[in-house]
Design a protein around this ligand. Structure first.
Ligand SMILES: [Mn+2]
Length: 276
């Protein structure tokens, strides 16, 4: 049995199949961890979503910002942008099942693999949060998103404020900051103020900000954190940190890492260009 973590798919179903073949992945024995952003921008979001859902308990998935965007479109609280490639999902005969499955995925996933503790999120973990804090805050959102009133929650999800964690935050402000931290974070200050504007690599940190994982005395550093979302950062493979977004949909590569021994596997991906 092997446990493989794979970076942002963004609808690149062909790359996923090629990578699974390269790994010799066997869903009866092996496990797949996916860092989120299963869909959007790429060519085959519907095929990708169906494939991952069909893996059942063999796949552990956390939600990314593009997955949430799909949920917002399905909830009718946002309109598709020109670069979105999600209409085939919304128009599919199994759209309801796919959306209901997706909104029941977590924001954070933790497990031990051969004695090592791993925590998987899409983008980042605020430096003020321990692993236990992160899991309990993720659970607050998961309860709402998997419940009856998830569309109401989606309608109030978007925005960049508040931009700093405070345990006294309540209601949708609290949930919005939790979601932004897990699914959009790249840079923050030592005090935990989020910068949600800068999308370039680590050398482009705004003054007073650092990549979230380089903030000194980060409280969740007892677990190895797996994340994606940051394609301009490229592959990160440090003692307690693994970043897996290697820009598959942008003509980069799709990367897998075997958690038992950190063996890497990659397939090259053609840059997707939308027709027309
Ligand atoms: Mn993302």
């Amino acid at each position: 049995m092997a446990t493989y973590a794979i970076g942002d798919l963004q609808g690149c179903a062909d790359a996923l199949e090629r990578l699974l073949s390269l790994l010799g992945f066997d869903e009866r024995h092996d496990r797949l961890w996916l860092v989120g952003d299963l869909v959007n921008r790429g060519p085959e979001s519907l095929r990708t979503l169906r494939r991952v859902k069909a893996l059942g308990p063999a796949a552990s998935v956390v939600l990314g910002n593009h997955d949430l965007h799909l949920l917002a479109l399905a909830a009718g609280v946002k309109r598709a942008g020109s670069a979105d490639t999600l209409s085939e999902i919304l128009d599919a005969p199994d759209a309801v099942e796919l959306i209901d499955w997706l909104r029941r995925r977590p924001l954070a996933h933790s497990a031990k693999v051969e004695g090592e503790s791993f925590l998987m999120v899409h983008a980042g973990v605020l430096p003020q949060w321990s692993v236990e804090d992160a899991l309990s805050r993720a659970a607050e959102v998961e309860t709402v998103l998997s419940g009856q009133d998830w569309r109401v929650f989606m309608a109030d999800l978007y925005g960049d404020q508040p931009n700093r964690w405070d345990n006294a935050l309540e209601g949708h402000d609290r949930l919005r900051l939790i979601v932004n931290s897990f699914t959009r974070l790249r840079f923050c200050s030592a005090e935990g103020v989020l910068d949600l504007k800068t999308k370039e690599g680590a050398e482009h940190a705004p003054l007073g900000y650092l990549p979230w994982f380089d903030i000194p005395k980060r409280r969740a550093d007892g677990s190895t954190i797996l994340f994606g979302h940051w394609s301009t950062l490229g592959l990160v493979n440090r003692p307690r940190l693994i970043g897996l977004d290697t820009g598959c949909v942008w003509g980069g590569a799709l990367t897998a890492i075997r958690l038992e021994n950190r063996a890497l596997a990659q397939v090259a991906c053609p840059q997707y260009r939308a027709p027309g």
